[in-house]
Unconditional design. Structure first.
Length: 253
């Protein structure tokens, strides 16, 4: 059985680690190639796009893939919909592995929006010194806010267009609560912007913002393609694949 994992996330690596070495199972992990020096999972890997849904469907047929796991970032909407179309065209089952989104708790001052553009429009009324934690992609949405100052945290250095008044902090999670508290204090942050990526690695900023009474602009994640099964963690994904492997073995007998 050959399984393609569309990955690059902590969950994708965790799934590959759980399944690596399973008898009768071949894994190929695909990374988008947007991050320099990615943490590679065990097993075979490929880097780069497929050329849309048609290209991915052709790859699935050519490499005789038996299943696809979409374990991409919750905001990688295009590849998720391409994966759904490609899996249907190639007639292979598709599973979506998505970490649960964050949920506000008492004391949070969340302002939920549907896009980076809407987040940018909301900022002037909320603060002047912005901790922008949406990654290096999409900074153009904030480029016109010349009256605001931005601390931009990302794994790799951003490229234009981006805010004119900006300091870049190159770092990769997981982050600690003490570290996030100090970062907000040192840079005199008065508003935080984040995508609802979910997971524990970057969640401490939400706690630090809550403690400091800061507003947080939260960009809601795009929906998962309709009709596709979704699991919340690598363990559930591994069980789904092992069940498929067992069904294939039974069919052979």
């Amino acid at each position: 059985m050959h399984v393609l994992i569309l990955g690059g996330t902590t969950e994708a690596r965790g799934l590959a680690e759980l399944l690596h070495g399973t008898p009768g199972l071949k894994l190929t992990s695909s990374l988008a190639g947007r991050v320099a020096g990615p943490r590679l999972p065990p097993g075979e890997t490929r880097v780069g796009g497929f050329g849309g849904a048609a290209g991915l469907a052709a790859w699935l047929r050519e490499h005789r893939a038996d299943a696809v796991v979409d374990a991409t970032h919750p905001f990688a909407a295009r590849i998720s919909f391409n994966a759904a179309q490609a899996a249907a065209a190639a007639q292979v089952p598709l599973l979506v592995l998505r970490r649960p989104g964050w949920v506000p708790v008492e004391g949070d001052r969340w302002h939920e929006v549907t896009s980076l553009e809407e987040a940018a429009r909301s900022l002037p009324a909320l603060g002047r010194r912005v901790f922008l934690t949406t990654g290096r992609m999409g900074l153009a949405a904030f480029a016109g806010l010349d009256d605001l100052w931005f601390l931009v945290r990302s794994v790799d250095a951003p490229e234009p267009a981006h805010p004119s008044r900006m300091e870049v902090l190159l770092d990769r999670g997981p982050f600690t609560l003490d570290g996030e508290r100090e970062l907000l204090r040192r840079h005199r942050i008065d508003v935080v912007v984040t995508k609802d990526s979910g997971g524990a690695a970057t969640a401490p900023k939400l706690t630090a913002a809550r403690e400091a009474g800061l507003p947080v602009v939260v960009v809601r994640r795009p929906p998962v393609p309709e009709g596709v099964p979704v699991v919340p963690d690598p363990g559930s994904g591994a069980r789904w694949i092992r069940a498929a492997l067992e069904r294939g073995a039974s069919a052979d007998h």
